[in-house]
Design a protein around this ligand. Structure first.
Ligand SMILES: Cc1cc2nc3c(=O)[nH]c(=O)nc-3n(C[C@H](O)[C@H](O)[C@H](O)COP(=O)(O)OP(=O)(O)OC[C@H]3O[C@@H](n4cnc5c(N)ncnc54)[C@H](O)[C@@H]3O)c2cc1C
Length: 386
């Protein structure tokens, strides 16, 4: 018995649409593809930023590219030049519009908006059966990019919770040439909390309040800190809000291997895409979509997100353990890291391209005693849990 589809992609967000784009361009042996997305329409709900490591497929959609970033604590400011690997902004709204346009003209990939998937796929002869609000579908393979669970305390070493607003001030108050990557000016006791500012023009910026904490936090938990940050940045200049965005990104989630059974795979933010040290996932999703699309069009078994190399996992975990146990030292550690390491090394490390020398330089910039003590504490904890 033939299935309705070669491939069914559950969830048409960043991961689902990224894979769909690859298959629409070059389907190979994967010719009948559907993407099922619950949202009836897309909104400009995310500001995806990443370091440009070289030419990439979304170059025409990038709306901002910065060559300087700043990291500041209450007592010190580090401004770093990143002109060789600019920090770029791709607004999700532009990405969704582009994907819809490409898929509307595709003979092989169909995008269904406003259709919800109900429950997990069920194995049937030759593939999988998926119940949706528009009826059941069968497919030889299913790639599930829906978040497998809601963010919960304990599922990740830390959660990166943030709430941001795109603001227009009546006076120019932002330095449009420099991203405020981490501004710890306002100290929040017992938490790693900072403001992230993407200046879009001298009078317009996305101002985000971010917290690294074992508990995931919603916008209302961040509201007070956010109001203070906006007041400090914009002063008494009348301010208008254009839009807002919020998120909870896992930092140090137990790795999800992705494969759930023959022909059934998980992918996306909560399934191994997020880099533990940063919560960033956009570029990792693109690398996964490239590899997954390539496998599917050649009739090979697609895989989930790569497990990070051992050394990266150890470094990320140790750093997160230090932040979790000593959040009050967060500002100092980030300022030391960015102030004491060549920016090119940091960017390579954060973008999964770090060399041994890059890692050594990063380790050398941080206080050895603090990390050694944490290493011993973490080792003792692991032994006790084993
Ligand atoms: C506000 C925000 C800003 C971010 N900024 C950055 C950044 O600057 N850099 C970076 O690298 N990463 C960033 N991230 C992290 C990451 O890149 C994004 O979360 C990215 O969207 C993850 O892609 P995804 O496909 O896993 O999840 P999503 O894009 O959320 O896609 C999942 C999709 O599944 C759909 N869905 C869920 N349930 C169902 C169902 N039952 N039936 C059908 N469809 C369903 C959802 O509607 C959604 O469209 C950000 C995240 C957020 C939230």
């Amino acid at each position: 018995m033939q299935t309705d589809l070669d491939l069914l992609i559950l969830g048409g967000g960043c991961a689902g649409l990224s894979l769909a784009l690859r298959l629409a361009e070059a389907p190979g042996r994967c010719r009948r593809v559907a993407v099922i997305e619950a949202r009836p329409d897309y909104a400009n709900d995310r500001s995806w930023c990443f370091w440009r490591l070289g030419p990439h497929r979304f170059e025409p959609l990038v709306t901002q590219s910065w060559s300087r970033i700043a990291v500041r604590s209450a007592s010190r400011v580090v401004v770093a030049d990143c002109a060789q690997t600019p920090y770029q902004l791709l607004e999700a709204g532009n990405f969704y519009t582009h994907a819809r346009h490409v898929l509307a003209n595709s003979d092989t990939v169909r995008l269904s908006l406003g259709v919800s998937v109900n429950g997990p796929p069920v194995a049937v002869a030759h593939g999988w059966r998926v119940e949706t609000s528009a009826g059941a579908l069968t497919a030889a393979q299913v790639i599930d990019t829906r978040p497998p669970s809601v963010p919960r305390h304990g599922d990740s070493t830390l959660w990166q919770s943030f709430f941001g607003q795109e603001l227009v001030c009546e006076r120019p108050v932002f330095d449009a040439a420099c991203v405020e990557l981490m501004d710890f000016t306002e100290v929040v006791s017992g938490a790693v909390a900072f403001t992230y500012v993407l200046p879009l023009a001298p009078d317009r910026a996305l101002v985000e309040t971010t917290l690294f904490d074992p508990h995931p936090r919603g916008p209302s938990d961040l509201a007070q800190h956010h109001r203070r940050a906006v007041r400090r940045l914009c002063g008494d200049a009348p301010t208008r809000m254009l839009r807002s965005e919020a998120g909870m990104l896992p930092m140090g989630m137990a790795h999800d291997p992705g494969a759930l059974g023959r022909g059934h795979l998980r992918a996306g933010l909560m399934s191994g895409a997020a880099r533990p040290a940063t919560g960033y996932a956009f570029q990792r999703i693109q690398r996964w979509a490239d590899a997954c699309g390539e496998a599917l069009r050649h009739g090979k078994t697609p895989r989930g997100h790569h497990t990070d190399p051992l050394l990266t996992r150890i470094m990320d975990r140790l750093f997160l353990d230090v932040l979790r146990s000593q959040p009050e030292r967060g500002a100092e550690l980030f300022v030391r890291l960015f102030g004491g390491t060549d920016m090119r090394r940091i960017v390579r490390f954060l973008s999964d391209r770090g060399t041994l020398l890059d890692r050594a330089a990063i380790v050398a910039s941080l206080p050895a005693g603090l990390f050694l003590r944490q290493l011993l504490r973490s080792a003792r904890r692991d032994l006790a849990e084993a």
